[in-house]
Structure formats: C-alpha cells, structure tokens
Design a protein around this ligand. Structure first.
Ligand code: HEC
Length: 115
C-alpha cells in the first residue's frame, strides 16, 4: 500500500487554490494602471485620494467595491460618455477612455476598485 503525505485529491484542491489566489493577486498591475491613467489625463480631474473636479478614486472605490456590478458599471462609465456632474454644477459627458487593449481599461478599473 502506498502512503501519500497528502492524498492526491487534497493536493489538487490545494494546488488549485494557490494557483487561483496568485492569479488573482497578479490581475491588478498598479503601476500600469497609474501610467495608463496619467497618459489619458485622468489625473487632471481625479486624485487617487484627493477630490479635484471629479471625486477621489478612493471614494469611488468605496462606493462601488461592495457592488457586485461595480466593475461592470465603471467599465460602462468609461466607455459610454455618461453625464458627469461637476462641482460647479455644470454637466458634461464624461471622457471616454479608449485603448487598443481592453485589458488596459480593465486593469485601471480593477485598480481603482482596489483602492
Ligand atoms: C474633465 C474632467 C474629468 C476627466 C478628464 C476625467 N474625469 Fe472621471 N469624473 C469626472 C467627474 C466630474 C465625475 C463625477 C461624475 C458624477 O458623479 O456625476 C467623474 C466620475 C468618474 C468615475 C465614477 C463614475 C460613477 O459612476 O460614479 C470614474 C470611475 C472616473 N470618473 C474615472 C475616470 C478615468 C479613469 C478617467 C481617465 C480616463 C477620468 N475619470 C477622467 C471628471 C473627469
């Protein structure tokens, strides 16, 4: 009879868990997100934790983090030119974020949500 230190089934479950957790941790690349935001002038109107014309991204994260559709809503916000309300009361279409690589937009949204 063979003795396993862990039975093979347990081993697979553990391996998969470790794999998923590390894959998740790698999903957000904050440096790439910041560079992408900078390149698109997002910081003209947003601070990471400071309100400018637009709300601080930490505030946006707090608002959308608990929402299971948060990611979807922010992706929609950045692709649709939704009406944005400015502190002085005027409204204009929010800037639309474009990229040849949808993963860049996804990464930025996930990073904002992680703040
Ligand atoms: C010209 C100023 C301006 C620029 C540039 C800008 N934003 Fe905004 N943004 C706003 C304002 C104002 C709001 C608030 C909208 C509201 O609450 O109606 C907002 C809201 C948001 C929200 C929250 C949406 C929601 O539904 O609450 C996100 C996310 C966001 N901006 C991301 C970005 C990103 C990413 C960029 C860069 C691609 C960017 N913004 C560029 C002004 C701007």
């Amino acid at each position: 009879m063979r003795h396993y230190f862990l039975n093979p089934k347990t081993f697979i479950v553990i391996a998969l868990t470790v794999f998923c957790v590390s894959a998740n941790a790698e999903a957000v690349d904050p440096d790439a997100a910041k560079a992408f935001a900078k390149q698109n002038n997002c910081f003209r109107c947003h601070g990471v934790d400071k309100d400018k014309d637009g709300p601080a991204w930490t505030k946006i994260a707090a608002k959308f983090k608990a929402d299971p559709k948060g990611e979807e809503k922010l992706l929609h916000h950045l692709s649709s030119g939704e009406t944005a309300k400015f502190p002085d009361g005027h409204e204009e279409a929010h800037m639309i974020l474009k990229s040849d690589d949808p993963k860049e937009i996804q990464n930025l949204v996930d990073w904002i949500l992680s703040l």
